[in-house]
Design a protein around this ligand. Structure first.
Ligand code: B16
Ligand code: MG
Length: 224
């Protein structure tokens, strides 16, 4: 198992890593799929994690038979997003995963650069609700990225924003597409979730609260 030496930056996904919004995304897609009588369950939802809204909609609709024109698709994506935003509007800093703030603060104290590489266009709103915007040195706008996860673009953009060589960055992700993106970027990957699912991750933990910086710093690295 290879971890960067030294580790200079940590690049975080948001939904499902720092906050439980992966479930809110699921509930909104499920509601849309049910209304359209399209089969959709938590297993099918795994394929949407880390995938942008437009592409996610295509995947949901592909399990049905009805065809929708671009205007109808935009309206469907808009409805899903409105339901999702109504849910996240209720979030408070207490909804941050237990231990998440401590992990971010530990990394900051250790002098690492911290960036956000979320596919979500709602990420700025979420960070604001959770009161963690200021902890990040860089927040990558997914609209500025050419290819979404599993392409490495958003993680490479984050490394550039932090002036960190990709080989010295750790990416933290809960989705298969996201882990693939991190590995394609040439970074070490920490998976949050089921190791049987996140097979490309260098290491997997169940929950962000189990993150220990010392697990990722070699005896030859510069961090404590
Ligand atoms: P939005 P992440 C991703 O966020 C979610 O995993 C994915 O389910 C969602 O479709 C995507 O953001 C787009 O989100 O509709 O809010 O723009 O996991 O990359 O933080
Ligand atoms: Mg995620």
């Amino acid at each position: 198992m290879m971890f960067p030496r030294p580790l200079v930056a940590a690049i975080f996904d948001l939904d499902g890593v720092l906050v439980d919004t992966a479930k809110a995304h699921y509930r909104a897609w499920k509601r849309l799929a049910d209304e359209l009588s399209i089969p959709f369950d938590e297993k099918a939802n795994e394929a949407l994690k880390g995938i942008d809204r437009t592409r996610s909609l295509e995947i949901v609709l592909s399990a049905g038979t009805r065809l929708f024109n671009p205007t109808e698709r935009a309206a469907l994506a808009g409805r899903k997003n409105a339901w999702y935003r109504a849910e996240i509007a209720e979030l408070t800093p207490a909804d941050l995963f237990q231990g998440a703030r401590e992990v971010l603060c530990t990394l900051r104290k250790a002098g690492l650069g911290i960036a956000l590489a979320s596919a979500s266009r709602n990420a700025p709103l979420l960070l604001d609700r959770l009161a963690i915007t200021d902890i990040f040195d860089a927040i990558i706008d997914p609209a500025s990225i050419q290819q979404g996860k599993p392409a490495p673009d958003i993680f490479l953009a984050a490394a550039r924003a932090l002036s960190a060589p990709p080989g010295e960055c750790l990416g933290i992700e809960d989705s298969v597409a996201g882990i693939q993106a991190i590995k394609s970027a040439g970074m070490a990957a920490l998976g949050i979730g089921d190791p049987a699912m996140l097979t490309q991750a260098d290491r997997t933990i169940d929950h962000i609260s189990q993150f220990r910086l010392t697990d990722f710093v070699s005896p030859w690295g510069s961090q404590p």
